[in-house]
Design a protein around this ligand. Structure first.
Ligand code: SF4
Ligand code: SF4
Length: 562
């Protein structure tokens, strides 16, 4: 099967690889299945508009162009293979609610539709009390002269919509585009609304899931819709894929990597990055419409197309940076909270090591042209290893360690939305109860049974603070937040506390740490001082404690019988 198709009615002035079917006749593409095409005009599993953009703008030599066009097809195929963005659909009826206070807006909308396009209801904005549900199944509660009335509709048009309407999928505001565009979208949605799964979730490393205290819900905080909700009673997250826009904002702020981006997950991003060795990656989100750009892409600049613009985080940026060995250009008209912090952190690290920024952000065409002129390789920055089985923090730690090496490059501050930190323990207060180890689900804290130590790998710590709230000792465990120390010790396990094991005074079996036994004994000794057996039980293991107490009981009883 021919998987790659290049269609353009205008002929290309250079040949393409034999693996790509090249045609100037759209009829050649009819009733055939293709995996990747360069244009939406051809039916295929994935359209890769960056191919046309590269062909039109690149200054690469002809031989490099032939190679790079094939590479762009292969990158898109790799993206398709690794994507976990399963498609779903929802039935959508013709029931449509128009919310407006203005006769003019009402008329502007009704002028653009035919009578049988929709079953149209209209209400005044002032009486809308509540909106819930999602496209195809929306519930609107309105106040009808003091009585709540429920309306069930499939879609809503709301001029200058309020947040209660925009949270759910299915509400469209003509003031954000135009009445014509909204009508077109509404019509396309009728019968079957297709949507994709944009996020995957691993609750085992989520720092909100079933925790006693709320120490993280960053994904829910940044989600612009109701796609992520939290239940504070059960401490569980809810995911509504139909309400998800696919922006990816939750992915970049998730400290542990519990949320990943289904269209380009961690593994997919790594596989795609491998194609960018010795190139300058130009990251372009789908919404940026690069088709109209007329630029000079200097040699070795290769577009890296991404769906959402917000899912890229410090580990994904560093992967692309180190595999390419180059600065990366990020062309987006919006920088999200998580990606913004990640860019600043990675840039600060690269400034400390290489004296230049890692990521050149371009927010408009002029800035993009400047960035394209500036972008360069960074000598010594290349690094590749198999990161497939590692989690987000582990990947970043491993890659950062390569940058730091044996040097002391100072420290960088982490951000408001991306946190790193350093756990500190007051060894005198720590009884080595290891509650903190149980609390840490990213393996930053570890217990080592061979030498009875509590250890920390700072580079893995998300500074979530669950160990801090779980520690039963006062003034024992604290966290220095929002810092990454660019020095070798940051990546090595260090000993936070150590103790000896205490041997049971009856059987000699080691059963707890010296500090924990001493602490309990110090607390209880005044109460037990009148009774030497009870006092001794404080130094006994769980098996011997009842034994000596029972023995004492029978001894006393037998004494009484004598
Ligand atoms: S941001 Fe990540 S760790 Fe935090 S609650 Fe969401 S999924 Fe869990
Ligand atoms: S060491 Fe403490 S603060 Fe750091 S990730 Fe683990 S539980 Fe959270």
């Amino acid at each position: 099967m021919q998987e790659f198709i290049y269609y353009n009615p205008k002929e290309l002035d250079f040949p393409l690889s034999e693996e790509i079917l090249v045609t100037t006749n759209i009829e050649d593409t009819k009733e055939k299945n293709f995996l990747i095409s360069n244009t939406k005009e051809v039916q295929s599993e994935l359209n890769a508009s960056e191919i046309e953009f590269y062909i039109n703008n690149s200054k690469d030599s002809v031989s490099a162009k032939i190679e790079n066009v094939l590479k762009l097809y292969e990158i898109a195929a790799s993206k398709y293979d690794f994507a976990q963005d399963i498609s779903y659909s929802e039935e959508v009826s013709k029931q449509l609610l128009l919310i407006t206070n203005s006769q003019e807006e009402y008329e502007a909308f009704t002028a653009c539709i035919m009578p049988d396009d929709f079953e149209l209801f209209s209400v005044n904005e002032d009486i809308v009390k509540e909106i819930s549900g999602h496209i195809g199944n929306l519930t609107v509660i309105v106040d009808d002269e003091g009585k709540d009335v429920t309306l069930n509709v499939s879609q809503i048009v709301w001029f200058d919509a309020k947040q209660i309407g925009l949270n759910q999928s299915g509400t469209f505001d003509p003031n954000l585009s135009s009445v014509e565009e909204v009508v077109q979208t509404l019509k396309e949605n009728i019968n079957e609304y297709s949507y994709k799964k944009f996020t995957t979730y691993d609750q085992s490393i989520c720092q909100y899931h079933e925790r006693r205290e709320e120490i993280c819900s960053k994904c829910e905080e940044v989600c612009p819709t109701v796609a992520i909700t939290k239940d504070d009673e059960t401490k569980t997250l809810g995911f509504s894929q139909i309400d998800c826009h696919g922006c990816g904002g939750c992915v970049s702020v998730c400290p542990s990597g519990a949320i990943d981006y289904a269209p380009s997950n961690k593994e997919s991003l790594f596989e795609m990055s491998k194609f960018y060795e010795e190139t300058h990656p130009l990251v372009v989100p789908e919404k940026m419409n690069i088709g109209d750009l007329n630029l000079s892409l200097k040699e070795n600049v290769l577009p890296f197309a991404v769906e959402g613009e917000k899912f890229l985080h410090e580990a994904s940026f560093l992967t692309l940076l180190q595999i390419s060995g180059s600065q990366v250009i990020f062309y987006s008209d919006f920088i999200s909270k998580g990606s913004g912090d990640a860019i600043r952190i990675v840039n600060d690290i690269y400034q400390a090591k290489y004296g230049k920024d890692a990521i050149l952000v371009a927010m408009n065409e002029e800035e993009l042209q400047n960035a394209l002129e500036e972008v360069s390789f960074i000598e010594g920055s290349e690094f590749n290893f198999n990161q497939d089985t590692l989690k987000k923090r582990e990947i970043f730690s491993h890659r950062l360690q390569k940058i730091v090496g044996d040097e002391d490059l100072g420290e960088v501050k982490t951000g408001e939305h991306v946190h790193y930190g350093l756990v500190k323990v007051n060894e005198d207060k720590c009884t080595l109860c290891l509650v903190c180890v149980g609390a840490c689900n990213v393996d930053a804290l570890q217990a080592d049974a061979s030498d009875n130590t509590l250890r920390l790998n700072p580079s893995l710590c998300t500074s979530c603070g669950y160990c801090e709230v779980s520690c039963p000792e006062a003034d024992c465990l604290t966290i220095e937040r929002d810092v990454i120390k660019l020095e070798p010790t940051w990546f090595k396990e260090s000993v936070l506390a150590q103790d000896e094991l205490f041997a049971c005074v009856e059987c000699g079996v080691e059963f707890a740490t010296v500090k924990s036994v001493t602490k309990i004994a110090d607390m209880m000794a005044p109460l037990f001082s009148h009774d030497p057996v009870k006092e001794r039980s404080l130094y006994c293991c769980a098996d011997c404690k009842p034994k000596i107490m029972m023995q004492n009981y029978y001894d006393q009883k037998n004494k009484g019988n004598d």
